[in-house]
Design a protein around this ligand. Structure first.
Ligand SMILES: C[S@@+](CC[C@H](N)C(=O)[O-])C[C@H]1O[C@@H](n2cnc3c(N)ncnc32)[C@H](O)[C@@H]1O
Length: 335
């Protein structure tokens, strides 16, 4: 075992500038060629992630970037390519460095649908009760007032690199009320439809679809000109997490807009479907959710997938009988 500054930098992706600050802060004695005593090495290691920057704010070093310590990952894969955080969406995004994300794909928890429409008894239909605890919700909803939604979009804009894409999922009602705000922040390019192939519950008409707003920050072409604007992919039944979406929905977003090693971000992580899509498409991933159930389930899902290449929470493909989808997924290269 070599105790040196270099060994710490390499192992923990610390940039030299940050390493020097840490050394000065803890008055560590450094020998010739950056060699350290075992005690000094262990002291420095024990302070990684608890460092104090010049504003006295605690910081964590993520891939060489400073991130507030509040945002230390809940879980990180050993290679550092996938990190998930338990935090509020806006606080999480504000803690990321500007222009650090290559693609945002996300499915927010819309509470407006309940509050504004007062349909039926005003409840979102679905499995919100945790087994054994009647009335308990699995997660808090993001309060999607217009003000909050704009703040969320602006936080997305800040972290997204220039000339990159964002995909935002909407039900019909949040599309009517909140999607127009997206035009104030991003260049909205299209509204896609996820056709769930089979009908679900619903008022007046039974629901079979959701919308996906596709927008950009700056200019960027899609990876293919052959992706249709209706995506027929079956819904997840008997899901491990309420509102779990098919991995294929996120994979299509990545097929359209990601390159290998892109940093993909989903700040409303849920069951981690977008993380599995990122792994399948050889991308890096940053995810966040406010719910402890979400982050623990996602951690379990990601680590099992990495060990076995089998997704424990969506064992089978949900592609239906749509030729365009089958070609996109099974004919290898996009045309
Ligand atoms: C519609 S679900 C996402 C489902 C996910 N796409 C999947 O496939 O499993 C929305 C998620 O947003 C989370 N959420 C609600 N309010 C939040 C907030 N303020 N910050 C971060 N996450 C929040 C919920 O805990 C929930 O897991």
């Amino acid at each position: 075992m070599i105790y040196s500054i270099r060994a710490i930098q390499d192992k923990h992706s610390i940039v030299p500038e940050e390493m020097n600050k840490l050394i000065q802060l803890h008055k560590v004695k450094v020998g010739k060629s950056g060699m350290l005593s075992k005690n000094a090495y262990e002291l420095l290691i024990s302070h990684l992630g608890k460092e104090t920057d010049s504003d006295s704010k605690p910081i964590y070093i993520l891939n060489g970037n400073k991130v507030p310590v509040k945002n230390k990952p809940y879980y990180e894969t050993p290679d550092g390519r996938i990190s998930i955080f338990q935090d509020d969406v806006i606080s999480f995004l504000q803690g990321l460095p500007p222009n650090s994300v290559d693609l945002i794909v996300t499915d927010p928890a819309y509470s407006g649908m309940n509050q504004k429409l007062k349909l039926g008894r005003g409840k979102i239909i679905g499995k919100y009760n945790e087994a054994g605890k009647e009335g308990a919700k699995w997660f808090e909803e993001f309060h999607d007032t217009e003000e909050n939604y704009k703040a969320f979009l602006e936080a997305c804009f800040r972290v997204l690199k220039k000339d990159r894409h964002i995909y935002l999922m909407f039900d019909s009602f949040s599309l009517l009320s909140l999607a127009p705000i997206a035009r104030e922040v991003f260049e909205v390019k299209n509204v896609l439809c996820w056709d769930k192939a089979n009908i679900g519950l619903g008022h007046y008409f039974r629901r079979r679809h959701e919308f996906i707003l596709f927008a950009s920050k700056g200019k960027r072409n899609l990876n293919s000109k052959n992706i249709p604007d209706v995506w027929k992919i079956k819904r997840v039944t008997s899901s491990a997490y309420p509102t779990q979406k098919p991995v294929e929905v996120f994979e299509l977003m990545l097929k359209g807009s990601a390159s290998k090693d892109f940093v993909v971000c989903d700040p409303f992580l849920g069951s981690g479907s977008a993380a599995i899509a990122a792994l399948k498409q050889n991308c890096k991933f940053l995810g966040c959710d406010i719910s402890s159930k979400s982050v623990s389930l996602s951690k379990d899902r990601i680590s099992q997938f990495l060990k076995t290449r089998i997704d424990p929470y969506q064992k089978a493909s949900l592609l239906g009988d749509d030729d365009a989808m089958t070609k996109l997924f099974f004919n290898g290269k996009l045309k």
